[in-house]
Design a protein around this ligand. Structure first.
Ligand SMILES: [Zn+2]
Length: 92
């Protein structure tokens, strides 16, 4: 059975660090991060919860639907403000 006696080491100084922080000390994790910016201890391989998962659902304020509503409202406000600006501009 082939065995690799010298496993390749990644340079810990250049590799991206895990973005997790300790709950108790507030210190950063400092493990090398995987593709999603988290190390192997903090969900590096995880693709996240499945779509539609409601295990931590409280009020839906961050649901895709609610975020869409807020985005539409912001766009409406933006357009209304712009319209008012344009009207002000025309009065000069
Ligand atoms: Zn980590």
């Amino acid at each position: 059975m082939p065995h690799n006696p010298t496993p390749s080491r990644v340079d810990l100084a250049t590799v991206r660090q895990c973005s997790a922080r300790s709950k108790r000390t507030g210190e950063p994790c400092r493990q090398p991060a995987m593709a999603n910016g988290k190390c192997r201890f903090h969900g590096g391989k995880s693709t996240g919860a499945p779509r539609g998962n409601r295990n931590a659902w409280k009020h839906g304020g961050y649901s895709v639907e609610a975020q869409g509503h807020r985005q539409e409202l912001r766009q409406l406000l933006r357009e209304a403000r712009q319209a008012l600006d344009d009207m002000e501009e025309m009065q000069r």
